[in-house]
Ligand binder design. Structure first.
Ligand code: MG
Length: 399
């Protein structure tokens, strides 16, 4: 690590999903440390106006838009389409920040991994659906994967300087979302507007609904399994409504380490972009007396079965986590458009997980096949119009 007195070369950064919630916060971090970061590439799903502002700001950066709206005018020199996005992801860089929502991040993430570039990922869906493929390819290329997800960043911080053999379990904290105390008998009536009102974090719509069902925590259990190479039986979840403790690691001597901070994604973003270096003043320090007492509660599996469904998918392995992820993406998208009730989401995902075939040591093609199978199955169960909600890893989904 560089000493405080040296002036290291700026880290070359590629931003994928640059105009979404995490992407904008990454831009905010980068803008505050202009001598530490140099943006060399930016990619967005369809937001041409947002991308144009970033292209002006970052001068020489390569720019690609995955799926501009029909008729939209794309500036000269920009790449268009998923292949163009993958080319930007694979360009020479020190870190590729992946902040594309959902399965659409898969191919660009793999392009960065195959290029051997460190991937700082906020998109847990990639590790969930293709964790085994990602692991095999990153071993081959030497690419490292660093989590931006606050829980996994917390675990990464708790594990620094520790012997992996001394870890007894990981404890992910969950806010419990907006319906932690709502009568489950009324879950069928939950509207998208209610589900989008997260008590502690301000995020994009897909992940916010996942936080309301707690499927987000289920996806994070699978993400932790692949990131830290630890068995599912040693990953636990506790509900922590104030989101001050971001996660914990318990060690074999009985000690537990926790990482605390204000709920501000700029902290894990900055830490990941700077490869573990702590940059000054990224966020205000937590005012712990004002935030006390810090409650930790067991997860109620009856109220929120999603974590159990995800564990089941992870335990079955192979392509089943990809089925879990795809089924959930279709359900959430349908819920946001009024085509699926809130209380149907976890049940439909669970049925797909049980019906999914197990394919051991899946290839990328196996993963994509399973993804498509799950999307068609759930779209059929919800009687969605043909083609609706089927945008998968080849689709858009990026903010
Ligand atoms: Mg998280």
């Amino acid at each position: 690590m560089d000493s405080a007195n040296s002036s290291p070369a700026p880290r070359r950064v590629v931003l994928l999903g640059a105009t979404g919630s995490i992407g904008r916060q990454a831009v905010d971090v980068i803008a505050r440390f202009p001598d530490r970061f140099q943006v060399v590439g930016v990619v967005a799903g369809r937001d041409i106006a947002g991308l144009r502002a970033l292209a002006e700001r970052f001068g020489d950066a390569r720019v690609a838009v995955v799926a501009p709206d029909p008729g939209a005018e794309v500036p000269h020199g920009w790449g268009v389409g998923l292949d163009a996005a993958c080319e930007v992801a694979a360009m020479p860089a020190d870190v590729v920040c992946v902040a594309i929502t959902g399965a659409a991040a898969l191919r660009p993430t793999l392009a960065a991994i195959d290029a051997g570039t460190t991937v700082a990922t906020a998109t847990k869906e990639v590790l969930v659906m293709a964790g085994e493929v990602v692991r095999a390819r990153s071993r081959r290329s030497g690419a490292r994967i660093v989590a931006i997800d606050s829980e996994h960043s917390a675990i990464w911080q708790c594990l620094r300087g520790e012997d992996p053999a001394s870890v007894s379990r990981l404890i992910l904290t969950a806010s419990g979302g907006p319906f932690r105390e709502r009568d489950p008998a009324t879950f069928a009536a939950i509207t998208p507007a209610e589900a989008l009102r997260h008590p502690t974090w301000n995020m994009g719509p897909k992940i916010t609904v996942d936080c309301a069902t707690l499927m987000n925590k289920g996806l994070e259990v699978i993400e932790a399994h692949f990131l830290f190479e630890i068995d599912y039986s040693r990953i636990d979840v506790l509900v922590h409504p104030s989101s001050v403790i971001h996660s914990m690691v318990e060690f074999r001597d009985g000690a537990t380490k926790a990482q605390l901070g204000v709920p501000d994604m700029r902290l894990p973003i900055a830490l990941a972009l700077a490869d573990g270096e702590r940059l000054p003043g990224v966020a205000p320090a937590a005012d712990l007396p004002a935030l006390s007492p810090l409650h930790l509660l067991p997860l109620d599996p009856q109220r929120f079965p999603a974590v159990g469904v995800a564990r089941r998918a992870g335990g079955r392995g192979g392509v089943v986590p990809a089925v879990l992820n795809a089924a959930n993406e279709v359900c959430v998208d349908a819920f946001l458009r009024g085509a699926c009730r809130f209380d149907q989401i976890t049940g439909l995902v669970g049925e797909a997980v049980e019906a999914a075939p197990v394919v051991s040591e899946p290839s990328l093609e196996d993963v994509l096949d399973a993804d498509g199978w799950a999307r068609r199955r759930v779209a059929g169960a919800l009687a969605l119009p043909a083609g609706a909600a089927l945008a998968g890893p080849g689709g858009v989904g990026a903010a």
